[in-house]
Design a protein around this ligand. Sequence first.
Ligand code: 13P
Length: 250
Amino acid sequence: MRKNIAVGNWKMNLSFDDAKALVSELVKVDVPDNTDVILGVPYPYLAQMNEMVSGASKVSIAAQNCHEKEKGAYTGEVSTGMLSSIGINTVILGHSERREYQKESAELLAEKVNTALAAGFRVIFCCGESLTTRESGQHFDYVADQIKDSLFDLDASAWKQIVLAYEPIWAIGTGVTASPEQAQEMHAHIRKQLAEKYNQDLANDTSILYGGSVKPANAEQLFSKEDIDGGLVGGASLKAADFSQIIKSF
Ligand code: 13P
């Protein structure tokens, strides 16, 4: 059975002290059964945050990025080997902000995914269309292509390490959430792609998260949809009370 997952993506927010205060609250949350909580933490805080969650079996820490090469002369970059060596084994890849601002292409993302999987990581892979793409009616094909272009060379066995996150760009940080029906419709479409390319069991076993202005007021409605297995949460994951409530919404 696929897992419910609440991921907090802190992005480039929080001081070290604020981060410690937030995590010290989150480790006290009574996480529902069959649910994982993952915190996407800035690089400098990873080791400390990982230490802080070590006693909370359902809470783990993820990096927000990794490099596609294993090591070498890449000033400012961080490898999967470095992350593993401090106990980090989950990474968020393909976020629309990195696709846009760092110009990460489908090919580069495929390379990053392969590197991360080879290092034994779980990958939270993001996809999602812009408003223009949705308004042109191309959103289903666009999202399917994002998944095909970066993930469909993988063997079926690799999918045990993949979590998908559908994040429509028009809903990120805007306060505009996709309606539960809009999100469900896209999630079902994504699951259908997996069933057609691989098989129905693999499709059923893959967690697909929704991201884009998830908050306490809408989490329960979103998570109650058949194909929505949790959330990738930005702004609301920075406040202990809000994120705790989202975690309890399953
Ligand atoms: P918001 O929840 O702030 O809209 O961000 C969503 C997101 O991009 C999470 O990765």
